[in-house]
Structure formats: C-alpha cells, structure tokens
Design a protein around this ligand. Structure first.
Ligand code: CP
Ligand code: NVA
Length: 300
C-alpha cells in the first residue's frame, strides 16, 4: 500500500489500496493479522454524538495495545473556541493519531494540514468514510471481493453516507443507484466525479434503484445537525421507505445495510432491519476491524 498520511475521504485511496485495506480488515477479524500499536495514543475529537464510532475506535486502540482519549466539546478547549490549527499542533506533540467527528469537512482538512500525525475522518456533514469501509467489508464477506460485479442501491437522503458510497463506487467501479427525493441529492461535485468513473443512476423512484440490486442501504431522514428539519424531511421522504415490498425487487440473495442508528417505522420497517436479509450488526461489528486496518496503515 502507498504510504498515506491521513484518511479523510475514500476518494483519496486507489482501488488497489482500498482492496488491501479490506483484505487486512478481514485478516484482523479472523485473527491472522496480530499487528500492534503498542504504546501509541489516539486522540478522538467528537463534536457530534456517537456510539459505534467512539466505542469501536477506543476498543480498537485497546486491543492493538495502545490507548485512546475522548475529547468532546463539553470538556475540551475546542468547545470554547480554540481553533483546530492550534489543537492540531498541540495534539501532534502528545499523541500518534487523531480521529475527528465534526460538521464541516474543511475543519477535518484544516486539522490534517496542521497536524504532523495521521488524521482520520470519523464523520462530517459531507462524508462518513470509515462507515463505508466497514460496509464494503460486509459486502465482501457476503459476496466475495469482486467489487465491480456488485450493484448497490441507496435509498433516501443524499447525505454523508451517500457521498461516501459515491466515492467508493468511483474508486472500485461498482454500479451505484441512488433514489433520493427532489432537493435531497448527493453533493454535486462528488456525483459528477462518480458519473465520470462508473455507472451511476440517480432516480426519484426507489423501485427503479433497487431492481435486481445486491445490496439495499438507507439511513435516517434527518442527520445530526438537521434536527430542525425533521418535520419537513419526514414529509419529503415519506415514500422512501425500505420495506418488504421494496426488498422483493432486489436480487433474491440481496442484503440490507444501515449504518445505524436507525428509526424503525421511518426509513426502514422492523421486518427488514430485523429480518433475514439484514446484516446491520455484522456491519456495526466491522467498524472495529476496518478501523483497526486504517489505524495500523496510518500509525503502524
Ligand atoms: N454509524 C455510526 O457512525 O454510528 P455512531 O453515530 O453511533 O458512531
Ligand atoms: N447520516 C447520519 C449518519 C450517522 C452515523 C448522520 O450524519 O447523522
């Protein structure tokens, strides 16, 4: 693998290096790879809530023989207005890597620019790359490593998850079909780039997106930071529900993915998320293995 300094977006990594990362995540999960980060420390900046990302990164560092520090806005100087520039320079003197979950992608980029240690994007309004690496690991576990043979359907908001799926499709060459309500399309630049690199369908019709697909994925209608828009989004997304009828249009061996947290009865029915095609808890577990692979590549 080429030596990367950060993991800010899937589009920064080549297809070969993404495949190597997924292969390593698989070996870490199976116990074949027992690499360590003994004595290394990871600062974890969270400016938004988290269950999976925080716990999986913290446990990953413990299991790798290192240590993780949780820094929230409530109890760090970031929350009182200290900029990421100084934070980057200070943390670089203490720890060996930083993960950050925040609002603006530019803040993550600024942090990386001023850090002399690796920075990992743990979710922004624009992207959620660690999640999509774990999702890809789950897809490979189910169907094997031939990414280009798969068709992925995304139902609902053109949000940080949809944008990261577009980046993954761009790099790995699989077909991605997105069904989004008007006004909730993915980021236009990320969409344009993906259209130049692989087969992308953007439709207003969930059934068209799902037809014969191998993977059906969705996410909440209102992401973190969009709580004020909950009511208007509920109206706009009313028909963008993953239910049994929609799943029947997918390939008979199709799986359902959701990054979680989920709202049963909104974007997905309980029968789908708790049903036999759902892989959501394997997907959540794979955060741990996929992120260990990322940390080892960057900090090892
Ligand atoms: N999927 C995900 O990132 O979950 P958390 O918000 O709980 O970290
Ligand atoms: N799109 C969601 C993902 C949560 C893991 C959000 O940004 O809130």
């Amino acid at each position: 693998m080429a030596k990367y300094t950060d993991f800010l977006a899937i589009s920064d990594y080549t297809a070969q290096d993404l495949s190597d990362l997924l292969e390593r995540a698989h070996r870490l999960k199976s116990g074949e790879d027992v690499s360590k980060l003994t004595g290394k420390s990871l600062a974890m900046i969270f400016r938004k809530s988290s269950t999976r990302t925080r716990v999986s990164f913290e446990v990953a560092m413990t299991q790798l023989g290192g240590h993780a520090l949780f820094l929230s806005d409530q109890d760090s100087q970031l929350g009182r207005g200290e900029g990421v520039h100084d934070t980057a320079k200070v943390l670089s003197r203490y720890v060996d890597g930083i993960i950050i979950r925040t609002f603006k992608q530019e803040e993550v980029e600024e942090l990386a620019e001023h850090s002399s240690i690796p920075v990992v994007n743990a979710l922004t309004d624009l992207l959620h790359p660690c999640q999509v690496i774990a999702d890809l690991q789950t897809v490979v576990e189910e169907f094997g490593p031939e990414h280009s043979a798969r068709t992925i359907a995304w139902i609902g908001d053109g949000n940080n998850m949809a944008n990261s799926w577009l980046n993954a499709a761009s790099q790995l060459g699989f077909e991605l079909r997105l069904a989004c309500p008007e006004g909730y399309d993915p980021d236009p630049d990320i969409l344009d780039r993906a259209r130049g690199l692989t087969t992308i369908l953007l439709t207003r019709d969930s059934a068209e997106a799902v037809d014969g697909a191998d993977v059906v994925s969705t996410d909440v209608w209102a992401s973190m930071g969009q709580e004020d828009e909950t009511l208007e989004r509920a109206a706009a997304f009313e028909t963008f529900v993953v239910d049994d009828t929609l799943m029947k249009r997918a390939d008979s061996s199709a799986i359902f993915l959701h990054c979680l947290p989920a709202h049963r009865g909104e974007e997905v029915t309980a029968s789908v998320i708790d049903g036999p095609q759902s892989r959501v808890f394997d997907e959540a577990e794979n955060r741990l293995h996929a992120q260990k692979a990322i940390l080892l590549e960057l900090m090892g």
